[in-house]
Design a protein around this ligand. Structure first.
Ligand SMILES: [Zn+2]
Length: 142
């Protein structure tokens, strides 16, 4: 029987065929936030205190990338034992904000270059008795 698939971080992304990261948008100035910001707007020119949840663009362009040879800090949840992987910073298509994530398995730094089109996908990070824990990853658009 297939295990239930659940997000490793609840409320950070949708789990469907075309997954989206979930961010917030300041209702006053329109600034996007990921992770979600919901207390006060970080824009120094804005006094906004109300935010709406938004699905962020699921595509964007490579802005930067690196090897992660050390376990990153929270909120990045890593398999245990930790295995090195590729981290990609992607500039989202619409919001023009940069969101970090792991590259999908099998994608190395030599496969990436700045400006490459990427899309958001979900992969199983690890599983326990009951469920597979999904996280978002960046995948080059075929
Ligand atoms: Zn604002």
């Amino acid at each position: 029987m297939a295990k239930q698939q659940v997000p490793v971080l609840e409320g950070w992304f949708t789990i469907d065929d075309r997954p989206h990261l979930l961010g917030t948008r300041c209702k006053s100035c329109g600034t996007y936030y990921f992770p979600k910001q919901s207390v006060f707007c970080k824009n120094p020119a804005c006094n906004g205190e109300t935010f709406e949840e938004v699905k962020l663009s699921r595509t964007g362009k490579v802005w930067s990338f690196t090897n992660a040879c050390y376990q990153p800090p929270e909120p990045y949840v890593s398999p245990d034992p930790f295995e090195p992987y590729t981290i990609v910073a992607v500039e989202l298509e619409k919001e023009k904000m940069v969101v970090m994530g792991q590259a999908v398995e099998g994608v190395n730094v030599s496969d990436l270059k700045a400006g490459l089109e990427m899309e958001l996908v979900l992969e199983t990070l690890f599983e326990d008795e009951e469920s597979e824990k999904l996280t978002w990853k960046w995948k080059p658009v075929a």
